[in-house]
Ligand binder design. Sequence first.
Ligand SMILES: C[S@@+](CC[C@H](N)C(=O)[O-])C[C@H]1O[C@@H](n2cnc3c(N)ncnc32)[C@H](O)[C@@H]1O
Length: 348
Amino acid sequence: MEYQVTIKEILSRVIRVESPTAKAAEDKVMQLYRNEEIVLDYSDLSFFDIYADKIKEGIKPYYRSASHDFTLLNGDCLDLLPQFNFHFDMIFADPPYFLSNDGISVQAGKIVSVNKGEWDRGGSPEQIDEFNRKWISLCRDKLKENGTIWISGTYHNIFSVANCLTELGFKILNVITWAKTNPPPNISCRYFTYSTEFIIWARKSAKKPHQFNYEQMKQLNDDKQMTDVWRLPAIAPWEKTCGKHPTQKPLALLTRIILASTDKNAWVLDPFAGSSTTGIAANLVGRRFLGIEREREFAEISRKRREEIEDTNTYHNYRRKIKDIDKSEGLMPSLFASEDEPIIDLPF
Ligand SMILES: C[S@@+](CC[C@H](N)C(=O)[O-])C[C@H]1O[C@@H](n2cnc3c(N)ncnc32)[C@H](O)[C@@H]1O
């Protein structure tokens, strides 16, 4: 068995000095300390603690593609993220929105429950803040200094996410409104129809410049600056050939996010991977992916989706269906990976 042992010590010493004021006394002693005229040693030990932790077994991927551009871990991101050291260029996260409140909605003409699963049940506002603060802080440790994070949500969680980002030192760059061109109707007729989701884009550091493929986004938008309102349809049936995830995002949305903020071969992390839309979009445009998903059922859909695009016909067919890829490939081929780039791999 291997153990990791932590030792903590606190050394302290009391020193008497003549001085006109308390502040001057502190300054005088600080100066002596800096000049190493006072050196604390073992005789000054006032607190000592030692404890051992069993080292967790190495991380074993649930699935990895043959070319190592798609790795999926099956587990809780709060446990797994602290267990390895690697820095990603970009993170996309579609965390629980906490909207499973036993309400109803309409899907394909049928009345259905809005509940997505136990993982999506809301807690108190304090619990939601605490959860968001925890996972965003773990993600921050995994981001390169010039990296960016995209987090999607609805009004249920997005304000908490924005506050946590600011609190943790991120700089918010944009709040994208995804305006769904085909939203489900509102059956209560007591509210406006919900037709939007929000995606906050933030960079890790206020000072380090981030990557934004401005020109390419402009060209995709018929040579006009792209705005922060993206009109894209909800998920299409061809995206569900490997099984259903209740909150699966459309590939078109993830492709735009990845093309806007990364270069070819970039590493992308998704801590709440679900059916790994992020990973499939990343691989379709030559980026690498690590996903973490807690539910085995969804990890299995992810594996099937990745295996599906091993088939070159399906791969090219999906690329043609995603307008941003189809359009930008001819315009800016440098944004797509070439075969001979060296691979910097994950540590597991
Ligand atoms: C909103 S869904 C993501 C859907 C995904 N964007 C897609 O396109 O399929 C959130 C996912 O996070 C998973 N999840 C919830 N809490 C988790 C945790 N602590 N660690 C890892 N996965 C978690 C859920 O099982 C769910 O599949």
